[in-house]
Design a protein around this ligand. Structure first.
Ligand code: SF4
Length: 402
């Protein structure tokens, strides 16, 4: 959409700024309020360093290591990390990128745990994957543990008499053990870019899909494929075993998708009210959100898609467009900066950084990089061979869909 000059006052930068988005600038690690719950093993010498010194030290280590190291930065990383990324993108794209660079012995993955795991699954045997802060997990991935999924699977098998026509599908945002579970049980991995294609593949092979860990991506994708909401049931993993995840047996019987009751704490914050307010305040505004948002939010948006889709949507919008975005603040702020001819703002008026992505503070990057210069590998992520083997099967099934 193009706002004609003079048709309405342009929103001021202050109006469009998330209240605390200036608060995501780097401060010394010891001053971070959450440092107490981050990886404490980082040597004391890094804990009081400011942004400038950290940047200089990372730069020097980077130069010393040359092509022996590749640094990957997920879209949701802070600017002081992204500036060092050889490549930035979504989790799967980054893992693939690393695997295609065998000259790099070390892959420093600035993202969260499951992303570094995926890189280790896909990379070459001589490459070592490093996660700067081992406490950088993902609240969504943590909602689906392997024992809980296996227990649910056994219940489903008992309920339906067989699990042969149930296809497990795990979102990329899950532990390596769940990707392996899918590989082992005729299932597959999906990303937010290809979830529709993956579900079509699954329905060619089975009657039902067991989708984890993100209920919203599963529901939004199922709906886009024409599956009625009544044919998607929720499996509450917090229910004691034997209770069918709290699902009504009749609903389970007619279900086509069984949705794990997981969600992303960042995307869950976006609401219909925020969209209504944005539309009231900026007539003609375009709204684009991530499919990890709730069903009603996705329905009310003009478009939805992966981080790559959102970036393209903003890039392709005509100059003068006003775009409200429903995804993590670091990406929204970056898009706003990269497209000064458009007004790009976050739908959440407070702030929505992913708290676990935020844990990759430059002090951790400086620590792992300088350790590598000394020939010391810290914070390596290594998946057991058996898990890797099955997880690769599930990932390769997805790749074959391209
Ligand atoms: S944004 Fe959500 S899904 Fe992504 S890492 Fe953070 S908590 Fe996990």
């Amino acid at each position: 959409m193009v706002i004609e000059a003079g048709t309405r006052p342009a929103p001021s930068a202050a109006q469009l700024q998330c209240e605390t988005d200036t608060g995501i600038a780097t401060i010394p690690l010891v001053q971070e309020v959450s440092f107490g719950s981050w990886q404490r093993g980082i040597p004391a010498e890094y804990q009081g360093l400011g942004a400038e010194e950290l940047t200089a030290r990372i730069r020097a280590a980077r130069a010393a290591l040359g092509s022996r190291v590749v640094i990957l930065g997920h879209h949701y990383q802070r600017e002081d990390i992204i500036e060092f990324a050889d490549e930035r993108g979504d989790s799967f794209m980054l893992a693939q990128y690393a695997a295609e660079r065998p000259e790099s012995e070390y892959i420093v993955f600035c993202g969260v745990h499951f992303m570094a795991e995926a890189a280790d699954i896909l990379c070459q045997p001589h490459q070592q994957v490093i996660l700067p802060n081992l406490e950088a997990g993902c609240s969504m991935a943590d909602m689906a543990s392997e024992p809980d999924v296996r227990s649910a699977w056994r219940e489903l098998e008992a309920f339906f008499g067989t699990a042969e026509d149930i296809i497990p599908v795990t979102y990329m945002n899950s532990a390596a053990s769940l990707k392996a579970f899918c590989g082992e049980h005729g299932g597959v991995v999906c990303t937010s870019s290809n979830a529709g294609k993956v579900l079509e593949w699954a329905f060619e092979r089975g009657k039902r899909v067991f989708f984890f860990p993100d209920q919203h991506l599963g529901r939004n994708t199922g709906h886009a494929m024409g599956i009625p909401l009544e044919e998607m049931v929720l499996w509450n993993w917090r229910q004691p075993a034997g209770r069918l995840g709290g699902a009504d047996p009749a609903a389970l019987e007619r279900s086509r998708i069984i949705l794990w009751q997981g969600h992303c704490s960042v995307h869950q914050r976006f609401s219909l009210t925020q969209i209504e307010e944005a539309r009231a305040q900026y007539p003609g505004v375009k709204i684009v959100v991530h499919p990890e948002c709730r069903y009603d939010v996705v329905q009310a948006a003009d478009a939805n898609g992966s981080t790559a889709f959102i970036a393209k949507y903003v890039a392709n919008a005509p100059a003068g467009s006003v775009i409200g975005v429903g995804t993590e603040i670091n990406l929204v702020s970056r898009l706003a900066k990269e497209h000064p001819d458009k007004t790009v703002f976050c739908l959440d008026p407070v702030v929505c950084p992913c708290s676990t992505m935020y844990r990759v503070h430059p002090a951790y990057l400086a620590w792992v990089m300088e350790s590598l210069v000394r020939g010391e590998v810290v914070n390596r992520i290594q998946i057991p061979e058996e898990t890797k083997r099955y997880a690769r099967i599930a990932l390769e099934r997805m790749l074959a869909l391209k």
